[in-house]
Design a protein around this ligand. Sequence first.
Ligand code: MG
Ligand code: FE
Length: 151
Amino acid sequence: MEQQAEQMLKVQAGRFEHYPELKARIEQHLQETLGQQKLVASCIDRLGGANSTIKDAAAMLLASGQVLGGVTMTDEVIKGSTASFAFENLEIATYTTLIAAAEAVGDSETECICEIIVSEEEAMAAWLRNHLHSVTQRYLQRDREVETARK
Ligand code: MG
Ligand code: FE
């Protein structure tokens, strides 16, 4: 899931040059995501490795957002931000279940790591939630400017 997140954030960071605030937040979360990958890998290594059934859900969600399709859509920033908000909530749900599972088996280190990660996901989700309005208005404004320039 964190590898999917990395791909998605990298694509978006490279494309949203007209949305500097969004781009900066995405770049910040990309760095957080790379740290999360290391933390999650440390847990998996310590426990002897395991596969994740969440991987498929994350891939499906990304495909539905179409942010990795390679085609630049005019409203990509809207579809991308929407997909990102959905993705962050998938991450929140996933880490919430991992925290419960770690607690159930007494793995306090995994529990603590997942608590740290989920707070980063919550902060990113809240940021996106708070900026969907302004990003959408900025998109519509830019769209009108392009239309006017054509006339
Ligand atoms: Mg993450
Ligand atoms: Fe995230």
